[in-house]
Design a protein around this ligand. Sequence first.
Ligand code: NAP
Ligand code: MG
Length: 403
Amino acid sequence: MEKIKMNTPLVEMDGDEMTRILWQMIKDELLLPFIDLKTEYYDLGLEHRNETNDQVTVDSANATKKYGVAVKCATITPNAARMTEYNLKEMWKSPNGTIRAILDGTVFRTPIQVKGIDPCVKNWKKPITIARHAYGDVYKNVEMKVPGAGVAELVFTAEDGTVTKEVIHEFKGPGVIQGQHNRDDSIESFARSCFKYALDSKQDLWFATKDTISKKYDHTFKDIFAEIFEKEYKEKFEQAGITYFYTLIDDAVARVMKSEGGFIWACKNYDGDVMSDMISSACGSLAMMTSVLVSPQGYYEYEAAHGTVQRHYYKHLKGEETSTNSVATIFAWSGALRKRGELDHTPELVDFADKLEKACLSTIESGKMTKDLALITSLPNPTVLNSEDFIKAIRETLEASLS
Ligand code: NAP
Ligand code: MG
């Protein structure tokens, strides 16, 4: 069989530990035999980040701006223990944070739904994608303990010296106060990434805040979304047959529970933090969650939502067998290849990505799976495979569907 051609390279960001092992297996078994794989390779493994003073992370993000589509392996975010383990020069920042800051993107997380791994919420027939705004609010707050009676005020001093004040509270005794902020430009980027991704994936977009209570702060989010939608996206949404729907956050939560799924739920920073954990645990396994960073300019970086699976890696190093689920990492590759194919107008690549994903799902549905899934499946007598044999089983299914 002739290999599928690629016109433009993908930006390939290699990573750490068990996912780095899976990365190579996926390429060897599921990609290289079928595709004339073109990538521009960046090694984001912690050793190489340390050698390059983390320049490699910056370079890989800039390459994503050049080519448009990247695929990333999970990477270690260093902490004190990693400083010693890898003899690091510095406690390098989270690569995901660095890349997100350069691309100014929003992360969309979607559970991979498959027969036999049923969501706890039985009416969720299709996956719910969470888009989390990644700037500001409580994550960049300023807090103070109030020791006793006194007045707390919000004070804004403009560049020209004009002062605006609001009384927060006249304290009669001790308490607490908190200052939060967000920026219009960040909310605008968030809104554009959400509208873009909704169009891309042809799904409705929901957005919710508490604007009835927060009449200026949350209302600004609502207004910015509404304005950008009216001006830039309304017609495109109509043409695509999708809708933008705004409601209150508590109403959104109630509707999500009763919905069939199959839409994107845009959340403010805190709501997204909380709700993405709710969706992922309701859908079974962290190993079945995909993630894509979408910039307002239309750059895409695909990855798995889970980390480097450190515990399995240490077993692997000791020569013990592992049963690590590679599905989310495979879907990162298929997502990136599909997007590349769409941008380059190479339908064969899009078709391959579809078949690769189907092969993963059919393999699991046939009862062959890794341990994490075997523990929660409703299928009778699943066959538990090790990391490598699971990928080989997917290859068999894939070969059958390609021939
Ligand atoms: P993790 O790698 O997500 O793994 C936590 C646990 O979840 C594992 O021990 C395993 O449970 C289960 N799990 C996760 N992915 C799995 C898979 N593919 N197959 C089977 N089981 C899976 O989180 P962590 O161990 O807390 O973090 C390890 C490293 O990853 C850290 O250095 C962290 O900085 C990094 N991290 C990176 C990213 C990223 O690059 N996007 C995201 C999160 C964390 P059992 O052990 O019970 O089998
Ligand atoms: Mg969280």
